[in-house]
Design a protein around this ligand. Structure first.
Ligand code: AMP
Length: 277
């Protein structure tokens, strides 16, 4: 696996690599969720390019950015073993050169949920993903549905800006107890780790209510709220039942919908979701 750090080195390395190219953007501290994206990219393309970049523009609180777990040596080994051909791991000034002054702002789909809880977050995501798409020029790029709204934001951007990279969205990889894999899980204390599967439990309880015929969104919200509230270490950020396409809150589930949760465990903020229909 070749490792490059500058825009120029990346461009030069890409010339020699066979197409199609699959791109897997990450912020590092890799886990089986990331490697599932790489495996899919490997299967669909002749070249796989991964990126590791902890994007300062998508973090509201600088402490969250600084605390983000980093270990490039460990990640590079994992990526090489997973069959990545080229790793782009740039410093901040290669992604945002001096004088950088452009923001990609996606509209309505970026407003609720994570957009409301983390002002500026999706501007940062859309901006960095647009840069990575432009730099790599991949045929396909792979993202996880754990970050469902992120997928919707990137799909909107790619469509609106006529970007030639196809967005591929893949299912959430979980621990045995149902907790979605996340780089943030490393920051959970043993007590918080033991409490965190309540997210999945709440989603499955609401899904069971829906499967049993409940269509009133507030009843589904109550099921999730009560399940999580029973866990002492869980502090709810939001509980949502939203339209799967617009992510607007709904009153009645009569089209594909999404259950979405954001919950803090001793300050570590975790998200998860489940599709209905
Ligand atoms: P991150 O490094 O957290 O920015 O994530 C990089 C990519 O991996 C994003 O597209 C995420 O949605 C995806 N991802 C993160 N966690 C998981 C997971 N548990 N299952 C599948 N994909 C994931």
């Amino acid at each position: 696996m070749q490792v490059v750090r500058s825009r120029a080195e990346l461009r030069a390395a890409l010339v020699a690599l066979p197409r199609p190219i699959g791109l897997v953007p990450t912020m590092g501290w890799l886990h089986a969720g990331h490697t599932s994206l790489i495996e899919e990219a490997r299967a669909d393309n002749r070249t796989v390019v991964a990126t590791i970049f902890v994007n300062p523009k998508q973090f509201g609180e600088s402490s969250d950015f600084e605390q983000y777990t980093r270990n490039e040596a460990r990640d590079a080994e994992l990526l090489a073993a997973a069959g990545v051909d080229l790793l782009f791991a740039p410093p901040v000034e290669e992604v945002y050169p001096p004088g950088f002054d452009t923001t990609v702002h996606v509209g309505a789909i970026a407003l609720p949920l994570e957009g409301a809880a983390r002002p500026g977050h999706f501007d940062g995501v859309a901006t960095v993903v647009a840069i990575l798409f432009a730099l790599v020029g991949a045929e396909r790029a792979y993202f996880g549905l754990k970050d469902y709204q992120q997928v919707k934001v990137i799909e909107r951007m790619a469509l609106d800006l006529a970007l030639p990279t196809t967005v591929v969205a893949l299912p959430t990889v979980r621990e045995q107890d149902g907790l979605a894999l996340s780089s943030r899980n490393a920051r959970l204390t043993p007590e918080a780790r033991a409490a965190a599967p309540v997210l999945r439990k709440a989603l499955l309880a609401a899904r069971a209510a829906w499967a049993g015929g409940t269509r009133t969104a507030n009843q589904l919200r109550d099921v999730m709220w009560e399940t999580i509230a029973a866990e002492r270490l869980a502090a709810i950020d939001y509980v949502s039942v939203a339209d799967a396409e617009t992510l607007a809150e709904i009153e009645v589930v009569h089209r594909p919908a999404l259950l979405l949760l954001a919950v803090r465990f001793e300050g570590v903020r975790l998200i998860d979701n489940e599709r209905l229909g």
